[in-house]
Design a protein around this ligand. Structure first.
Ligand code: UDP
Ligand code: MG
Length: 317
């Protein structure tokens, strides 16, 4: 099958899902067949320690519509997704978790949203069948994201998503960024939305994500927000913060200098003196860091355009 002939790729990240793979394929194959005859399934084994990799290889050898790859070790869901998206050849790409908590029969529902003009659609697990602690932390996470980004999404980190080829190629998912896929797509100017989907408890195997992930997720969120706000000019954040600190420190020191000129001493304002000097030093350091950041970003701009084109005359497909 040539690359251009594929309408739809289904990408599945898997870590120790040996008990789910057979059922997953049994559900996905008919669901995909209903949408198009020209589909592929890309199974990505994320360094499983059970028989997942072997099973994936066997499935791929038995069915030409299935491709499989196995990462050398467990790199995390984000890396597994990135590996799968990089290999997906379809005009549209759907991602789904291997544990069948989402229903492959609803792939059509997500694709319909792409037909309506969206570039990326995320599942919304309205009645989420996960432990209460997870539902609460997810609610908080999504509320926080809505607050700071203004993007009206209720379930940013649902594993069941559909997107166009362009979006799939534009996501850089390393680290924890896979949790923010709709945000990344939105930031590149793609039309992003969500559709309600059904959700059920994990039937076999164990969940890999508990609440221990939370401190890391908050750091990822901060990094994401900085990236989004200051993407191609990272230094601005530091220069601005440094300027505030430096100016405050300078003001304090100027005031103390005036006191010294008037009275010959600083009138016992030594704590203030310490603060002023501290703010000045912090300010200079932040400004220097900022300019260094700008310098590095300037070098990088040659490699990454930093924008995406929706259309261009003379280059229509
Ligand atoms: N997964 C992965 N690498 C990891 C953790 C998870 O590829 O390090 C896969 C996992 O096999 C599943 C999907 O990511 O297909 C979602 O994981 P899980 O069901 O454990 O997450 P939850 O639904 O509990 O949030
Ligand atoms: Mg799951």
């Amino acid at each position: 099958m040539s690359a251009a002939a594929i309408d739809l790729s289904l990408v599945v990240p898997m870590f120790n899902e040996e008990d789910n793979l057979t059922a997953l394929l049994a559900d996905c194959l008919p669901a995909l067949e209903r949408v198009t005859a020209r589909f592929e399934i890309v199974l990505v084994d994320d360094g499983s320690t059970d028989r997942t990799a072997e099973q994936a290889r066997r499935a791929a050898l038995a069915d030409p519509r299935i491709r499989a790859l196995s990462l050398r070790r467990r790199f995390g869901k984000g890396a597994a997704l990135a590996a799968g998206l990089a290999r997906a050849r379809g005009a549209r790409v759907v991602t789904i978790d291997a544990d069948l908590q989402e229903d492959p029969a609803q792939i059509g529902l997500l694709l319909a949203a792409l037909d309506e003009g969206l570039d990326l659609v995320s599942g919304w697990r309205r009645h989420r069948a996960d432990p209460l602690s997870k539902r609460i932390s997810s609610r908080l996470f999504n509320a926080l994201l809505r607050l700071v980004t203004g993007l009206e999404l209720r379930d940013v980190n649902c594993g069941f998503k559909a997107m166009t080829r362009d979006v799939a190629g534009d996501l850089n998912l390393l680290g924890g960024r896979f949790r923010f896929i709709p945000l990344l797509a939105h930031w590149w100017g793609y039309r992003v939305g969500e559709r309600e989907i059904s959700h059920r408890p994990r039937r076999r195997g164990v969940s890999r994500f508990g609440n221990e992930r939370f401190p890391g997720v908050l750091i990822d969120l901060l990094t994401m927000l900085c990236l989004i706000r200051f993407h191609s000019r990272p230094g601005h954040l530091f220069v601005a913060a440094g300027a505030v600190s430096g100016i405050a420190g300078f003001g304090i020191c100027a005031y103390l200098t005036a006191l010294f000129i008037q009275f010959g001493n600083v009138q016992h304002r030594h704590p203030l003196l310490a603060l002023g000097v501290l703010l000045l030093i912090i300010g200079v350091q932040l400004v220097a860091t900022g300019f260094l950041g700008e310098w590095l970003a300037y070098e990088r701009r040659g490699q990454e355009p930093g924008y995406r084109v929706r259309w261009e005359t003379g280059r229509e497909e």
